[in-house]
Design a protein around this ligand. Sequence first.
Ligand SMILES: [Zn+2]
Length: 184
Amino acid sequence: MKKREEIQTLADIAEFNPKLDPKYSPNLFRWMKHHLTRGAKFSVYRSTDPDQKGRLWIGFKTGCGVVAVPLPRAMTTRKEALAWSYPGMVRIDGWFSSYKKGGRCFIDPDHTQLFADERWATKGKRRTCLWCGLKQNLREWEEVITVQRTDWVTAPHRKLEETIALGRAKWEMAPSTKKRNMKK
Ligand SMILES: [Zn+2]
C-alpha cells in the first residue's frame, strides 16, 4: 500500500486483518472486503457540515461526490450499505497510516468505547489494553445520595369541641315561701 490514505486492493486490506493483530477491527476488515469494488479507493473523510459535528465517514469519491458510510457503522456491521454522504467531505490524509499503527486505540484513544471482542487483561484492580498496552487502575469511591421524596400526611385537626356560653333560666322557690310552707 503506497498511499496510506487510500485502500484500493485486497492486498491493502490484508494489512488490517485482525488475525495479524487483534487491535484491528474485525468488522471494519469485513466491511472493507465486502465493499471493495474495482477502482474504488476507500478513504476516511471528515464532514465539514456543522450538523455532522466532525463525524468520520469511510467511502470513496465519485464524479458527483462522496459515497460513504459513517465509520462507526462500518465498525458495527459489515453489511452497512454505502450511500451518498453529506456535502463538504474532506479526506483525512494518513488516516490509514495511523490506524495501521494504533488500530482501534487510534480510533478510541480515551479507551471508553465498548467493543465486542476482549480489549482488556484484568488483574485485580489493574487492567492492561491488549491492543496498545495502556494500563488503567480501578478507582473506587463512595457517593452519598440524597433522595427527594413526597408523601401525604394528615394535618393535626382542629378541636371539634367548643365552649359554648348559653344563657339559661330555671324557676326556683324563693326562700321566704319555703319557711312559710314548713310551719304549716
Ligand atoms: Zn489500547
